[in-house]
Write a protein that binds this ligand. Structure first.
Ligand code: PMV
Length: 355
């Protein structure tokens, strides 16, 4: 499917009053997206696990305007509290998706949103937030057009979410989601995420992600600034090639079930992402001293105890510790005894991936 397929065609009207709800999970990338072009299109293919517990729940309440105008009339609330600072990003999103959701301009609406994880935790809420909002818009469209197929709705939700925040397109459905056209992944697309279509060994199902909250502060550099710095980056082309080659490698690892190769690839991806930040102009560092302490402790633990466990990083200081369900007792004890001291307020969020 291409962007034209998602242009809104119905002439039916939504009811004057309505409320549409949806929820979407957070995701953690194994092969990272960093660098984009055009309208939020990725420079390389990425793949992520979908988390079970970290979610955004959103309700959009609509009230028809007496006279539709050329502006969007909306307010945003987080946990019941008005959040005018969220509006500019959402307004940019609404403008980008105008031809796909033209009905929104006929309404005054309120967006009520809440996260199951603390907003200040440094866990990206933009992916789950934009994905939940996109799913509300699809619920509106589906309510007046019952002929929309399930596949169309899934693809369009992801397509819209991408226009809000790139990685959000991996949060609208599926457990292991690929975004970006790749020669080795059938059905993959730059326009939306797809459920990983190939074989996944049992070793990589039922995984755990313990998120160590190293620094709860706001990021000093937003991801959109970071993506833009890839335009004149001396290593950009090699990075995009490396990521695409890693998708091919990961495909065979996912089939074989080899933990060692899995963690080597996933950790290298995380460090390559941060290496891009450290070598851009201007350069920046999102890891904190405790991020490195934790990484070193994980390596020591893995080598000495021979437990399959590894880490990945987002665009921030927090460390995601990934491990199979079978290692849960050992890894949780290790975290409690040796890693909590490096977390701000000793905070850790234990999440999981299940499929
Ligand atoms: O979706 P954005 O534009 O916030 O980009 C986030 C990219 C990373 O989280 C750093 C990596 C990824 O693939 O999720």
């Amino acid at each position: 499917m291409s962007p034209n397929d998602f242009i809104y065609k119905s002439t039916d009207l939504l009811p004057d009053l309505g409320s549409y709800t949806s929820e979407a999970p957070s995701n953690i990338a194994l092969v990272k997206y960093w660098g984009k072009y055009g309208e939020q299109l990725p420079k390389n293919t990425s793949i992520s696990y979908t988390l079970e517990n970290c979610k955004t729940q959103t309700e959009v309440v609509l009230k028809a305007l007496v006279k539709p105008t050329d502006h969007y009339h909306f307010d945003v609330f987080l946990d019941g509290e008005s959040k005018p600072t969220f509006k500019p990003k959402i307004e940019t999103f609404l403008k980008r998706i105008e031809v796909y959701t033209p009905f929104l301009k006929s309404f005054q609406f309120e967006i009520h949103t809440k996260n199951t994880f603390p907003h200040s935790s440094g866990i990206a809420s933009s992916a789950s937030g934009m994905a939940a909002l996109a799913k509300c818009f699809i619920a509106m469209e589906a309510s007046i057009n019952p002929e929309l197929t399930q596949t169309f709705q899934i693809h369009k939700a992801s397509f819209l979410a991408r226009l809000g925040s790139g990685s959000a397109c991996r949060s609208t459905g599926g457990k292991l989601v690929v975004w970006g056209k790749h020669k080795d992944i059938e059905g993959s697309s730059h326009f939306y995420g797809i459920d990983y279509p190939d074989e996944v060994h049992n070793n990589f199902r039922n995984f755990r992600d313990s998120i160590l909250l190293i620094d709860e502060g706001q990021k000093q550099v937003s991801s959109s600034v970071g993506h833009n710095l890839m335009h004149d980056h001396p290593f950009a082309e090699q990075r995009f090639q490396q990521a695409d080659a890693n998708i091919t490698k990961l495909k065979s690892i996912l089939t074989s079930g080899n933990f060692e190769e899995f963690f080597a690839l996933v950790e290298s991806e995380a460090l390559s992402l941060h290496a891009m930040m450290m070598t851009s102009s201007p350069y920046f560092i999102l890891m904190r001293p405790n991020t490195l302490e934790v990484i070193n402790k994980i390596w020591e633990f893995r080598t000495s105890k021979k437990v399959p466990v590894g880490f990945t990083l987002d665009a921030g200081a927090n460390v995601h510790i990934l491990y199979p369900e079978a290692s849960e007792v050992k890894v949780r004890t290790f975290i409690d005894e040796h890693l909590l001291q490096y977390c701000q307020g000793k905070k850790v969020i234990h999440d999981q991936i299940k499929f």
